[in-house]
Design a protein. Structure first.
Length: 160
C-alpha cells in the first residue's frame, strides 16, 4: 500500500494568491486578501504553530507572483505587505519546528526573496537571523551568503 501525504491544513488563501491573480487595478482587493490570509494563519497558529508557520512561508512565496502586475504607486499595497510580514514573521520565528523543517522554510524563503521583483520581502531579509532559529542554522546561512558577498565587494563597479 502506498502512503500519500495529506496536508495538515488546506489553506483558503492559496487559491487567491496564485500567479498573476491580481490585475493592474486590484490594489484594494489584494490588500483585503492579505488581511484575510493573515487572519486565517493566525487562527491556525493558536492550535498548530508549525502548520501556521508553514502557511506564512507559503504566503510569502506567493506574494510576488500574485501581486506582480498590481499598480502599487499609491503605496497602499506596499504598506499592506509590510503589515502582513510584521504579523506573520513572529509566527515563523517562534514556531517550534525541527531543523529539517526550518531549513526547508529558509530555502523556500531565500528563493522567494531572490524572485521578489520589488522587494516586498525586505522585512524577511532584515530578520533572517531570527528566522534561522539557532546560531548553528544562522552560521550555515552565513557560509552560504559569504561567496555572494565577496563577489559583490570585489566588483569594481558598485551596484553591479
Amino acid at each position: 500500500m502506498v502512503k500519500t501525504f495529506m496536508p495538515k491544513h488546506t489553506w483558503a488563501f492559496r487559491a487567491r494568491f496564485r500567479s498573476r491573480a491580481f490585475g493592474w487595478r486590484a490594489s484594494r482587493v489584494a490588500c483585503q486578501r492579505l488581511k484575510e490570509a493573515v487572519t486565517e494563519i493566525k487562527r491556525v497558529s493558536k492550535t498548530d504553530p508549525v502548520t501556521a508557520a508553514d502557511g506564512a512561508v507559503i504566503l510569502m512565496e506567493k506574494i510576488w507572483p500574485a501581486l506582480e502586475f498590481v499598480d502599487s504607486s499609491s503605496g497602499a499595497l506596499g504598506e499592506s505587505v509590510c503589515w502582513t510580514l510584521t504579523e506573520l514573521l513572529p509566527i515563523v520565528i517562534d514556531a517550534p519546528a525541527g531543523r529539517k523543517t526550518r531549513d526547508d522554510w529558509l530555502a523556500r524563503l531565500y528563493e522567494a526573496i531572490q524572485e521578489d521583483g520589488v522587494d516586498y520581502l525586505w522585512l524577511a531579509q532584515e530578520r533572517w537571523g531570527e528566522l534561522c532559529g539557532s546560531d548553528e542554522v544562522a552560521s550555515h546561512w552565513a557560509d552560504e551568503f559569504l561567496p555572494l558577498l565577496r563577489t559583490a565587494w570585489s566588483d569594481p563597479r558598485p551596484g553591479s
